[in-house]
Design a protein around this ligand. Structure first.
Ligand SMILES: C[S@@+](CC[C@H](N)C(=O)[O-])C[C@H]1O[C@@H](n2cnc3c(N)ncnc32)[C@H](O)[C@@H]1O
Length: 379
């Protein structure tokens, strides 16, 4: 097992935390904005954690990787990255960000090739398309989008499929659906009735929208990722194994019932897997017992695979609700204490989440984020 020199735990970090309130939308890599994801970590936070708790060349692991924020920042900063997630949408999005072609020119020519091949495919079988999916699109747009998704899947092109999913639904003209919300799929037909806004219900061609999306993705992509710099496993974290040379774990586990990754991603999931798209809501870690089991196993995996003096940062959100007697943060701390006494809690940071970053502002959603920094001490 590798041992490394401890990283200085200085107070510079406290100053960084005060910067986390600021938006990083106009400075982060535009690949982070490929397609929305509920419960996504802010990339500036991931960046600061990686810089402070890992070293260049080390392996950074996120076993609940979601849209791959930690993984993308890790490779951008010269680390190696390994991610795990149970959701096929998370897997697609993470892989897409990590495997994006090196240059805009390459990405655009690949997109044109896939669009041309998709046009040659037969009309999709209308019977396999559920009516709730049909309700979001003009029929001609829907046929184009299904054929493009199938072409990308056949060619194992995660990047372009993710670009398409990133413009799947919204109310703006650059998107493919009838007017609807962007993060989670809800039709806005009451706000934009068809008889008053007929233009919003016309056919929307995929090609110009997709090419514009690809251009946006490359606005700030000033780095290259080597093929051997990352890997990703689509599986339950309970079944994951990690190499015993992990320099740093950084993860934000699922917030139990606070977010529903299956329901909220249902339209994008349907295009990824036309049969099993609603399965994820029942994933084990949505309930308290399941969550505890996953955290217990995770803490043991950390003990087994983290280098000595390595760090594990767990980010957990809590709801500000007096009826919740046992907040998620407490569950994580107790579970780590019981199952992984080798890990020492060296820092706790509480950060309130501004309304603007929460998925639903009026919802009993997550209000504070706790950062727990554990360190594996020498035996
Ligand atoms: C809070 S999100 C992570 C968000 C991520 N940090 C990002 O920036 O996008 C938690 C993730 O845990 C995943 N998840 C839930 N249960 C899981 C399990 N048992 N094993 C692996 N992943 C799981 C969900 O699919 C979700 O993507």
């Amino acid at each position: 097992m590798k041992v490394r020199i401890p990283i200085a735990e200085d107070d510079k970090f406290v100053q960084l935390v005060s910067q986390w309130e600021k938006s990083c939308t106009n400075t982060e890599s535009t690949l982070h904005q490929l397609s929305p994801y509920i419960g996504k970590l802010k990339s500036s936070i991931a960046k600061d954690l990686i810089l402070n708790y890992s070293r260049p060349g080390e392996l950074v692991v996120d076993p609940f990787a979601g849209s791959g924020t930690v993984l993308l920042e890790a490779v951008r900063l010269g680390r190696r990255a390994f991610g795990v997630d149970i959701s096929p949408y998370a897997a697609l999005l993470s892989r897409a960000k990590l495997s994006a072609p090196d240059t805009l020119d390459e990405a655009l020519s690949q997109a044109k090739e896939r669009l041309a091949a998709a046009l040659l495919r037969p009309q999709p079988d209308s019977q396999i398309i559920p009516s709730w999916v049909k309700s979001f699109f003009h029929p001609d747009t829907l046929s184009e989008v299904i054929n493009f998704a199938d072409e990308c899947q056949e060619q194992k092109d995660d990047f372009l499929l993710a670009c398409m999913l990133g413009i799947l639904h919204h109310q703006r003209p650059g998107f493919l659906s009838y007017p609807s919300s962007h993060l989670t799929p809800y039709l806005r037909d009451k706000k934009f009735p068809k008889d008053q806004f007929p233009d919003l219900y016309q056919y929307r061609a995929l090609e110009p929208r997709l090419l514009a999306k690809v251009e946006r993705a490359y606005k700030r992509k000033e780095f290259r990722v080597a093929n051997d710099q990352y890997s990703f496993a689509l599986k339950n974290a309970l079944e994951a194994t990690f190499p015993n040379e992990v320099g740093c774990f950084i993860t934000s586990p699922p917030y139990m019932n606070a977010l529903d990754y299956g329901r909220d991603n249902r339209l994008r999931l349907w295009f990824i897997n036309k049969q099993g798209s609603e399965q994820i809501d029942r994933s084990q870690s949505q309930q308290r017992e399941g969550f505890q089991e996953v955290m217990a196993k995770f803490s043991q995996q950390v003990v087994d695979s983290l280098v000595k003096n390595g760090y594990c940062i767990v980010i957990v959100g809590d709801q500000l609700n007096k009826r919740i007697k046992f907040p998620l943060s407490k569950t994580v701390l107790e579970t780590f204490k019981t199952h992984a006494p080798e890990l020492h809690l060296i820092k706790t940071i509480e950060n309130s989440i501004p309304d603007i970053r929460r998925a639903r502002r009026d919802h009993r959603g997550v209000r504070t984020e706790n950062f727990f920094v554990f360190k594996k001490k020498n035996a």
